[in-house]
Design a protein around this ligand. Structure first.
Ligand code: MN
Length: 741
């Protein structure tokens, strides 16, 4: 390591060594001298390889792989093999070290994992390189789960240290994280990591809300602790009386993200949320007694506090498909407040917190008749095998199967099948066997015929009637949700399309021949023009007369044997929604002032996105669309995550220039008690006269004494909007006023 002296200061070298030693102390499993030698060798290689790199914060780069290794050991519970690979995870990509050298030094297994961790280089083949990269990771996942676990640790450390990055990069990384890493962490049962991802993402995309909730949690902490104690005390006594000794009972705060989610979903304020915590009882009992003891504790809990029967969840008898096991109930605590109680064993607790990694530790303890993780991995392999190579589609399929909860259904013989929630009878057919899916003619649920798209409920018994002449059609895609069924149907459709498309191809060839232009070159121009993924779609479209090629070619001229699109100038259109009770409609006052990528935005043809209506003062970013110029979105826009995850390279930083006098459109949702026909009068009076704001449109809807109003306002900036929201909330009969995302 003589080279390193030049590039690290003695203090840095000391810090690096110390970080390594601390990391080694975090390894929970026993390891041999050989393991130790290998880990130290990986450390030496990493220190030397990264010697010329620094992180954005200025510290030596090598501290990053060491910290990733520490997270693997301490927070995921991985052993020496994963530590070696974590230490080496960035060397092949960023330094002269090659995969071959790693194979020579450590062997095939290590090289395979490190390869999985190495991003694909520079091939900009697909719309989203991120998707390609992730597909690669998942391909290796099927061979060795550690690849994904190390990747999770890598992402976690990057998220924790995002502060040093420029804002637009923070947004892009946060979007990727919530798009794919969070659902995957959920699926792998890495609860701790998932929760931290969610909080860290929210801290970036919704900075203000995040710190507001954090502050309120801090302020109410003391009162909450007192409440938890008054709840736990009688339970603790009752458990002791019943002879329980080895257990822990404690209150667990919910994450900031999950609290925010409740605020949004239930349209309530922070103060109105009662369950800011859950009570957890963790029993140290032998595995054979787990179930019985959990139910015994349930019985004690419900003797002390009254339960709400509909809120009982038994994932002890049937674990969730991400491996989660626990018994949940909600009871009525002191002051009539609802409290969730989670009952589980030490083993279940560890699996719930660390998921997949902990799962291996306990594997083989019980005769696992249905191993949820193995079953899931088989699904991953299926999607990979049948995928048609389109990475973005693959990730979409994957996510459908990642996010969803599940339903439990049965074959006619009584075998259990676990499918994602929302899965249909046709999904079931594909889950049995591809051929059964392909030739599915009719389906019976509980002995009655149902449509193919019938949504399954837990407990349904499903049987499939096949016919060898049956085959999948386009319409089937709308009747399935599982990745397996979708990808099977799609590959069958693709084959059909390809056959059918031959006619379209021939027609196009004739047309191009008449125009005397080259086929190969110009066909791509048309594929791009329609935004198709492949030529097959174009040929197919022509063959079924969906595309009239003569009409299409009117939009082109031929220059130098090439098709050139004729572009017309398009007037800017301001959307004017039809409104049944619209008030006066003032003029929209030109464009607001922005800076994009640090420069005056006027050089771009930009518009404010109509999906999230940003106003001056909102956190925003610029997005360069493929065909409609530049759009400005709020960072909290529901579309933002998708855009940033898929088209991160089109995202640019945007800031407001605060001196403008432009009007912005903001939409509010006002909910209240309908006190009679005067309500519109009352609200519009308040808005126009007291607040001096212009109403652009006003829809109102209500029945049985309750109303919902959607009002679109013209305002100058975010402060003005907030003052308006506060003032409207104080009006008589109004229960909530929220800005529509
Ligand atoms: Mn890394």
């Amino acid at each position: 390591m003589q080279n390193t002296i030049v590039t690290y200061t003695p203090e840095e070298m000391k810090d690096i060594r110390q970080a390594y030693d601390e990391m080694i102390l975090c390894i929970k499993s026993k390891f041999s001298e050989e393991d130790e030698r290998q880990m130290f060798r990986a450390f030496e290689i990493a220190v030397d390889a990264h010697k010329e790199q620094r992180r954005k914060s200025g510290e030596p780069y090598v501290l990053h792989p060491i910290e990733v290794a520490r997270i693997c050991a301490a927070e995921i519970g991985l052993g020496p093999t994963a530590i070696v690979c974590a230490l080496l995870h960035d060397v092949v990509e960023d330094t002269p070290i090659t995969l071959k050298e790693i194979r020579q030094e450590f062997g095939d297994k290590f090289a395979m994992i490190v390869d999985g961790l190495t991003k694909l280089d520079g091939l900009h083949k697909s719309t989203s390189q991120q998707a390609e990269n992730f597909k690669k990771v998942l391909t290796t996942l099927a061979d060795d789960v550690r690849v994904v676990l190390i990747k999770m640790a890598d992402r976690l450390h990057n998220m924790r240290t995002l502060g040093a990055m420029p804002r637009h990069k923070q947004l892009k990384i946060a979007a990727e994280t919530s798009y794919i890493y969070t659902p995957l962490a959920h699926r792998l049962g890495l609860y701790q990591i998932k929760t931290e991802y969610q909080d860290l993402c929210m801290k970036i995309t919704n900075r203000e809300t995040y710190s507001e909730i954090a502050r309120k949690l801090q302020e109410t902490k003391r009162a909450r602790t007192a409440f938890v104690e008054s709840f736990i005390q009688p339970l603790d006594d009752a458990l002791k009386n019943a002879g329980f000794e080895n257990y822990k009972i404690f209150g667990r705060p919910k994450s900031i993200y999950s609290i925010w989610n409740k605020v949004k979903q239930k349209k309530v304020t922070f103060e109105e949320i009662y369950d800011l915590f859950a009570i957890r009882i963790v029993l140290d009992v032998p595995r054979a007694q787990e179930k019985q003891k959990c139910w015994q504790v349930y019985s004690i809990v419900t003797d002390v506090h009254t339960p709400i029967p509909e809120r009982l969840r038994d994932w002890v008898t049937t674990p969730k498909s991400n491996g989660y096991e626990s018994l949940h109930t909600t009871v009525i605590g002191p002051d009539g407040r609802y409290v969730e109680v989670q009952i589980r064993s030490v083993r279940m607790d560890e699996i719930a917190e660390r998921g997949f990694a902990a799962h291996w530790k306990y594997k083989g303890g019980k005769d696992d008749s249905y191993n949820v993780f193995d079953a899931w991995l088989n699904n991953v392999r299926d999607i990979l095998d049948t995928g048609d190579g389109d990475a973005v589609q693959f990730i979409e399929d994957f996510k459908t199967n990642l996010f969803n909860e599940e339903v439990y259904v049965y074959t006619p013989k009584g075998d259990l099948k676990i499918l994602p929630k929302g899965a249909t009878a046709l999904d079931f057919a594909f889950s049995i066997h591809t051929d059964i899916g392909y030739h599915c003619q009719a389906l019976k649920v509980n002995k009655k015929l149902v449509p193919m798209g019938y949504k399954l409920n837990s407990g349904d018994q499903v049987s499939v009637i096949t016919n060898k002449n049956q085959k999948p059609s386009e319409a089937w895609l709308k009747m399935v949700v599982t990745g397996r069924a979708r990808s099977k149907i799609r590959s069958s459709m693709k084959e059909e399309k390809r056959k059918q498309g031959e006619f379209g191809k021939e027609a196009l060839q004739r047309k191009f021949k008449n125009l005397k232009i080259d086929f190969e070159e110009n066909v791509e121009i048309l594929v791009k023009y329609f935004g198709f993924q492949s030529r097959v779609d174009l040929f197919y479209g022509i063959s079924i007369d969906e595309i009239n090629i003569n009409n299409v070619l009117k939009n082109f001229t031929v220059e130098n044997n090439k098709l050139v699109e004729i572009i017309e100038e398009v007037e800017e259109v301001v959307p004017t929604p039809a409104s049944p009770r619209r008030s006066r409609k003032p003029k929209y006052e030109g464009k607001p002032k922005l800076r994009v990528g640090g420069q005056d935005a006027d050089q771009y043809n930009y518009q404010l996105a109509t999906c999230c209506h940003p106003v001056q003062g909102d956190d925003v970013f610029a997005y360069l669309t493929a065909t409609a110029g530049m759009k400005i979105h709020r960072t909290s826009c529901p579309n933002a995550t998708h855009l940033m995850a898929h088209y991160g390279y089109r995202v640019m930083k945007a800031e407001w220039v605060s001196t403008t006098n432009t009007n912005f459109i903001a939409e509010l949702l006002i909910v209240g008690i309908d006190s009679g026909p005067g309500v519109i009068q009352q609200l519009s009076n308040k808005i126009s006269n007291s607040l001096g704001l212009n109403i652009r449109s006003f829809y109102i809807d209500g029945n049985e004494g309750y109303f919902e109003g959607r009002v679109s306002l013209l305002i100058k900036n975010k402060d003005q909007l907030e003052i308006a929201i506060r003032a409207l909330k104080e009006e008589e009969g109004i229960s909530s006023v929220t800005r529509i995302d």
